[in-house]
Design a protein. Sequence first.
Length: 300
Amino acid sequence: MKQPLRLRQLEALIAVTRHGSMTRGAQELGISQPAVSRLLSDLGDVLGFSLFDRRGGRLVPTQEVRLLLPDIRRVLDMMVQISEASHNITEKKAGHISIACLPGFATSHLPAVVAALLRDRPGVSVTIEPDRPERILEWMVGEQYDFGITDGFEGHPAVESEQIDIRTVCIFPTGHPLAAKKVVEPIDLAEESLIHTRRDSQFFRDLNEAFLKANTQINSIVESRQFTAACELVCAGVGVSVVSEVDAAKYLGKGLEFRPFSPRVPHRLSLVRPILKQPSMITLEFIELFTKSLEPFRQD
């Protein structure tokens, strides 16, 4: 059985072909002339034909070798590309990250974090796919995405998660009487038209409980899944709302103001990823970067 080709044999063949000399080929490779001779002798045995003819004191590749040279050069070029790509991956300058997220994050907080990651990494690409929490969980279980940002996550054996409680604030149009308050409570909103999340969400249930404990009720005007939609509606003067400070901060000074809301009703955000899908180094770095970006908004 013939021995397999070795990369060093092909490098020796190209070096000697380039210089027409064993000695100069050895100098290029940084090895001894006898070592080059052995590499080429072994390569000739594997290929089953002579590699060089001697003409006028130079080594000239045989016709058989000439036929192989284009393929050999492609192999060596590919090895260089693989080496450079692996270096970029190690240095976190190459790779791909697929992110599933709540729709609001795709247009509010997430783009700035992605931009920060990509700024010095021209070889990295990102996929952002917004959808509802149920679909994000389905994607994580199916290992279709590297990382997910969701809420209402109750746990799954195939999904690893970290919960981060984000402060919520009461948002209202610029110039609204609520701006006179340092803290907004449920009783302050008894006569206000409230824009809120879907009634089947955990956040709405927590908010509604806070109103009931204050012996008042939510005066509903618009129900929307997204905090960003609530911010847009408040800016348009439709009503007021209680939303994540992460989203509210993006609209501050754009027709909207906010104050802390009491009692504390955090938005329970879950950062999730598939347990059995080994994350790349660039994915782990992004998760760390994203987590740090939420620190200013964490509930104490």
